[in-house]
Write a protein that binds this ligand. Structure first.
Ligand code: AHR
Length: 333
């Protein structure tokens, strides 16, 4: 598996430090006389608003952003929105007030960004979206969106299930653990999965509810699903963490995960891959969190006034149990 991010993300600590110091001094030389940024020494200042720390994926994404900023010599002002849109809006307004050079963020939900994005545009501060996008009709409100194709992740998950169940002659009962309500990955993964399973009329989603992308949420909602539905054949969880939480509920209910209930998740973080290799999960569609290097490259280009692509899609793959066993030893997150 190779993602566009992984190609240049993994470096030894010494190399990262050296590259960071070099890039910092080069950036300082290049920008010291422009006087057009908030970094005292001419360094590019990036304001980044992160969704929160809801999952293993998010933790890996935050590490990637911080390491890549340091390696690129970019001053990072990092804000954790704790899964709340109002916190992100507040953070973006703070970044505007501080006159940062570039703003980047991963929007917790898709809607409701136009006003604050217009404020950034009026202040002449370019905005880059990472990981999740917004549903603004005015695409000029941001320079680019770097991230995964969430619809595709849902579709690949559904297609795998269609293949596995092609000889089924009776209804297959599916429960779905959705991500954060209103978020792009929850909306898109649901859509892609539903479209794919429509190919087999025996595949029926009998319950679907948000577990907010957390382990605790996944466990709690799965407990409810198990109580309300005597027969569950398949769990589709919108991320590994909710699937991992659900494992506890399934085991506590006396069922064997991966055998009594087929489990499909998205992300492929280390804990998820371990569950897949151990036979507790059955299939994972990958979503790479290693977006830091691509983001920093784009921050530099945008700051220099260069044209950038409006969409940069992350390259991803899928894993079966056997593929997870082979990939685990080299898994980076
Ligand atoms: O936006 C990416 C999603 O957010 C990941 O799949 C999930 O784990 C995270 O919380």
């Amino acid at each position: 598996m190779m993602t566009t991010g992984t190609m240049i993300t993994r470096r030894g600590f010494g190399a990262v430090l050296a590259a960071g110091l070099l890039a910092t001094s080069l950036a300082a030389c290049a920008n010291s006389d422009t006087g057009d940024d908030a970094g005292g020494g001419g360094t590019i200042v990036l304001g980044f608003s992160q969704v929160g720390a809801e999952s293993g994926w998010r933790t890996a994404n935050t590490t990637s952003i911080k390491e890549s900023a340091a390696a690129a010599g970019i001053e990072l002002k990092f804000d954790d929105a704790q899964q709340k849109q109002e916190n992100q809006i507040k953070a973006i307004r703070n970044f505007i007030q501080q006159k940062v050079d570039v703003i980047a963020f991963s929007p917790v939900v898709e809607s409701g960004w136009d006003t604050v994005l217009k404020e950034a545009r009026d202040a002449d501060i370019p905005v880059i979206l990472t990981d999740r996008s917004v549903d603004s009709a005015d695409k000029s409100l941001y320079k680019s969106f770097i991230g995964s194709d969430f619809v595709k992740e849902g579709r690949l998950s559904g297609e795998w299930l269609v293949e596995q169940t092609k000889s089924a002659t009776s209804p297959v009962h599916i429960v779905e653990l959705q991500g954060t309500t209103g978020s792009a990955p929850a909306n898109d993964r649901k859509k892609g999965f539903a479209e794919a399973i429509a190919a087999n009329p025996n595949l029926k989603i009998i319950a679907s509810q948000s577990g907010d992308f957390t382990r605790a949420g996944g466990k709690q909602v799965m407990e409810q699903f198990l109580k309300a539905n005597p027969r569950i054949d398949v769990l589709f969880a919108h991320n590994d963490d909710m699937g991992l939480g659900a494992l506890e509920a399934i085991t506590a209910a006396g069922k064997v995960p991966g055998k009594d209930i087929t489990i499909i998740t998205i992300d492929a973080v280390r804990d998820g891959m371990q569950a897949l290799a151990d036979g507790k999960f059955n299939f994972i569609a990958e979503c790479s969190p290693l977006l830091g290097d691509q983001l920093m490259e784009m921050v530099k280009k945008v700051h220099a006034g260069e044209e950038v692509p409006v969409r940069v899609e992350t390259e991803e793959t899928t894993f079966t149990q056997e593929q997870a066993k082979a990939a685990l030893p080299n898994r980076k997150y």
